[in-house]
Design a protein around this ligand. Sequence first.
Ligand code: SF4
Length: 302
Amino acid sequence: MSLIDLLKKQGYHIIGTHGAIKPCLWLNRSIKASGSCYKASFYGISSHRCVQMTPCIACNQRCLHCWRPVEEPFSIESWDRPELIVEQSLAEQKRFVSGYGGTGATDRQAWKEALMPKHAAISLVGEPTLYPYLDELIAQYRDRDMSTFVVTNGTRPGVVARISPSQLYMSLDAPDHETYLKACNPVSDLWDRVNESLEVLRSRPGQRSALRLTLVKGLNMIDPEGYARLVKKAQPDYVEVKAYMHLGYSRYRLPREAMPSHAEVLAFARKVADAAGYRPAMDVELSRVALLSKDGSARPIG
Ligand code: SF4
């Protein structure tokens, strides 16, 4: 089965020829006024107004913790224009949200708001920095009065240096080279580029940034001081320390026991914070995630 067919089976809607959108479980809860994603607590993002999308389903890593079928190769012959991707992402989101209109469990106010998204999470699957028009894509959402989060694996430092989303996230899934090769299984050795991107983040003090550590027990949940050294190199505004969740295709690569508990995440996050000179700001037990910042506070996106 092709990557597109596998993603469709997992509930992704394909947009253009190499993008995708998937309304997340938190949109479903938020539209029924029964819960919100941790990004609502940390950054003030309304889950029911968030479009979770990617302009590029291809990736240059094959992380063991990834929920997607990353082993499937995907080649892109020509790139879709950003306006097409943005318009299709918003049309698909609207089509999905419209379906909630007639159900009794829906909060009418939240439903009306959800028809007018305010945020694009450019992070769903694949590596968005492989898309050559990423800066234009961000600008298109901005022109529609939407904030943007971009999550990159950091393997394209030139793009990390250039793009200006509302918050630039970079995944940091290893404290050292050897663990990187094991945990992220890149198509070629990209560790030097990941390190270069950390330096780039530091060189952009005006750009709001976050490092995200996804902790997998028995794999990369080691050496908090090693992570702290890399955090110090990048000096991001925030560090998210999050548990791996045993979901999707990652279940074929990792055992269930690889998921740390919330208490284990908090203890690890505290060690990273102490060694990097950061402070715990918030945590959300349901998502097993802790937020660190330099002064122990978090500022909403605005
Ligand atoms: S970088 Fe992201 S999309 Fe690519 S394999 Fe890793 S987790 Fe999946």
